[in-house]
Each structure stands twice: as structure tokens, then as C-alpha cells.
Write a protein that binds this ligand. Structure first.
Ligand SMILES: Nc1ncnc2c1ncn2[C@@H]1O[C@H](COP(=O)(O)OP(=O)(O)OP(=O)(O)O)[C@@H](O)[C@H]1O
Ligand code: SF4
Ligand SMILES: [Mg+2]
Length: 337
């Protein structure tokens, strides 16, 4: 199962039947069990789901940064028409940080405290230039870096260039990380909970900035966030994950207008309501142990609608042209009996 996004020109990223298992002391943890998703050029896609459902593992498999072993990765990940999982290591390395790039979550660990910002960004540009066979002078590289530091609205880029990370606030460091991701003009950006280490106001500013840059540059974005308000405001298409599976996906408008899968509905019910009333419904139970996942629909131990057929894995049913749910409740009538 893979769906079409709004863009008909073909996806920039396509993930088919992605499976990731880890060897652990307790046995094999079967974390991703067949994830399918697509991101089209210029499309902003959100990946949501509760903590531990496999969002970062999906993102790390796409970026090729899962340590192997213990990870065993199967399926297909196609980027700009090229199959990543069978691609040579050098070729794959060359894609990272150039055509596809990632905004890291934690500015404290992603930046090296002992080097100036300018030195760290110059390394990133120099590395990509080498891979692209580009010959740029030191001043040309510096000019590109100052340009991007300005683009992420850091005041006085010259001063930032010469600063050490510790001399910048958390919000400024996160902007530097966005600049780092944009330096080599990627076509596709992955952001795994950008700014979660920051206070909510600064995080909001960072997400807005990211949104504007992605829109202005026409980039494709795959964004992971816990914040459903952000998803609603900043994405075009949403994938909802539960326990290593995509359970529902569709345009952001369709999903927010009528969340259909019992898990999505429970997840949305968890959002505190400022208007008062019953503020927090919560989801009963916990995610399964990935070394012994439930058969069939992995949500069945927590689902109030579970029935016998839920011990078989449901396919993805169409609820509309751009809205799909992997739940037996949405099977066409003839398939229900
Ligand atoms: N290297 C690893 N070895 C074993 N298990 C792992 C490894 N990396 C991730 N996992 C497991 O995979 C599952 C999914 O983890 P993942 O980090 O993708 O969750 P997530 O959806 O990103 O959660 P969060 O919202 O908290 O970031 C978790 O149970 C985690 O313990
Ligand atoms: S397939 Fe069954 S258990 Fe799974 S969400 Fe639907 S009703 Fe619930
Ligand atoms: Mg994560």
C-alpha cells in the first residue's frame, strides 16, 4: 500500500513495507512492521503517534543512521527514484547532508562546544563541495554561510560565525542547526521534533521559521512532532503511527475533520482542551512489547472495538481519495462478513 499525495509528479521519497528489527537481550524487537509512506516535492508531511511508536526509527532508517547491527532493515526506501537500501555506502553518504538533510532536535549535543559556529558550518559546506566536485574559495563558502545565517533570521551573522555554541541562546543554536541543514540546498528535509529542548514560545518561533523556509524554498518536509496543533497548522498530509505501523493517513484537512481510526481518535482526544470540559481523555494501556507484539492489528489489546477479525492484520481501506485507515471497522460492507 502506498498512496498518492497531492503532487502528481511522483514522490521525492517513497517508503515501501519498511521493517526494522533490533536484536536485544530479550530477543528480537520487531519495531517497524511494514511502514509505507510518501513525500512529494514541496509537500509538508507530519508523522505523529505516541512516544515509542517508531517515528524516530522510521526517520533514522530513511537517513541511514541506524546502527547495523543491532538493527535489521528490510523493505524499500526510494529517494528521487534511487533505492537507498541497496545503494553503496559512499553514494548514500553523499546524499546525506546534500539532497536530503536533517534538522537535529537537540542543539546542545548536535553542535561541538569547542569549535566556533563558522568552523562547524564550513566543515559541512566543504564536505558537500567535495562530494559534488565543487571548487569554492574560503570566502565563497563564508558568504554562503552568512547568507543562510541571515535566512534563519539570526541577528548579526558575522558575530554568530565567530561565536562558540555556549555564547548563543538555545533558540539561536536551534536556528544554527536549521541553517546547517539548509546550507547545501537539500530538496528534502527531515525534522524530528525540532526545538523540543526549548521553551514553548521559542519552539513555536522555530517551527514557524522552519515552515516559512520550507515553503519559500519549495522543499519537501517530513516532520515528526508531538504537537498536534503544529501538525494541523504546518503540514499538508499526515501519517499516524501506532506500534510500528501506519494506522491512518490522509490530507491534514481530512484527518482533522474526521479522524477515523480508533487509535487516531484516542490520540486526538488526549489533547488538552483550553475551552474546558473533559480536558484529557488519555489512552488506556501501553504500547506492546516489541519482542512479543500482538497478532493482527497491534492496537487490539487497547481498542474498545476489538473483535475476532482484529487478530488478522487489517489492510488500508480508502475513506476518500486522500484518506485511508487500517482498521476492520472501515472495511467495505461486503468484506465485513
Ligand atoms: N537501537 C535500538 N535497539 C533496540 N530498540 C530500539 C533501538 N532504537 C529504538 N528502539 C525501540 O524502538 C521503539 C520505537 O522507538 P522510537 O525512538 O522510534 O520512538 P518514537 O516514536 O520516536 O518516540 P518518541 O516520541 O518518544 O521520540 C522503542 O520501543 C525503542 O525502545
Ligand atoms: S482493526 Fe480492530 S482492534 Fe484494530 S483498531 Fe480497528 S477495531 Fe480496533
Ligand atoms: Mg522520537
Amino acid at each position: 500500500m502506498t498512496v498518492s499525495g497531492p503532487n502528481k509528479g511522483g514522490p521525492v521519497l517513497r517508503v515501501d513495507d519498511l521493517r526494522v528489527a533490533f536484536s536485544t537481550f530479550d530477543g528480537v524487537a520487531d519495531v517497524l512492521s511494514g511502514v509505507d509512506l510518501e513525500v512529494h516535492p514541496g509537500q509538508r508531511v507530519g508523522l505523529v503517534g505516541e512516544s515509542g511508536c517508531g517515528k524516530s526509527v522510521t526517520m533514522r532508517a530513511i537517513m541511514g543512521i541506524l546502527a547495523s547491527p543491532p538493527a535489521r532493515v528490510r523493505g524499500r526506501i526510494t529517494f528521487a527514484g534511487e533505492e537507498l537500501l541497496t545503494m553503496g555506502r559512499a553514494q548514500r553518504q553523499a546524499l546525506k547532508g546534500t539532497a536530503m538533510s536533517m534538522v537535529f532536535q537537540d542543539p546542545m549535543t548536535a553542535l561541538n562546544p569547542v569549535f566556533r559556529i563558522g568552523e562547524q558550518l564550513t566543515d559541512v559546506v566543504r564536505w558537500a563541495d567535495r562530494r559534488r566536485g565543487l571548487r569554492r574559495t574560503a570566502s565563497e563558502r563564508r558568504a554562503r554561510i552568512l547568507e543562510v545565517l541571515g535566512q534563519v533570521r539570526l541577528p548579526d551573522p558575522e558575530r554568530i560565525f565567530d561565536a562558540y555554541p555556549v555564547q548563543l541562546s538555545g533558540g539561536m543554536r536551534q536556528r544554527v542547526l536549521i541553517a546547517m541543514a539548509l546550507l547545501n540546498r537539500p530538496r528534502f528535509l527531515i525534522a524530528d521534533e525540532p526545538g523540543t529542548a526549548l521553551d514553548v514560545t521559542t519552539q513555536d518561533e522555530i517551527l514557524r521559521l522552519l515552515n516559512e523556509l520550507v515553503r519559500d524554498e519549495g522543499l519537501a518536509l517530513l516532520m515528526i512532532t508531538h504537537n498536534l496543533g503544529v501538525v494541523r497548522e504546518m503540514t499538508d498530509y499526515v501519517y499516524v503511527m501506532y506500534a510500528g505501523n501506519v494506522v491512518e493517513h490522509g490530507t491534514t484537512d481530512a484527518i482533522f475533520a474526521a479522524p477515523a481510526h480508533p487509535y487516531t481518535r484516542a490520540l486526538f482526544a488526549c489533547v488538552p482542551k483550553l475551552s474546558g470540559g473533559r480536558a484529557y481523555a488519555g489512552i488506556e494501556g501501553t504500547l506492546p512489547d516489541y519482542t512479543r507484539p500482538p497478532e493482527g492489528c497491534r492496537f487490539h489489546p487497547r481498542c474498545p472495538h476489538a473483535e475476532a477479525r482484529c487478530f488478522e492484520r487489517p489492510p488500508s481501506f480508502d475513506l476518500g481519495e486522500q484518506h485511508h485507515s487500517a482498521c476492520w471497522l472501515h472495511a467495505p460492507t461486503e468484506a465485513k462478513s
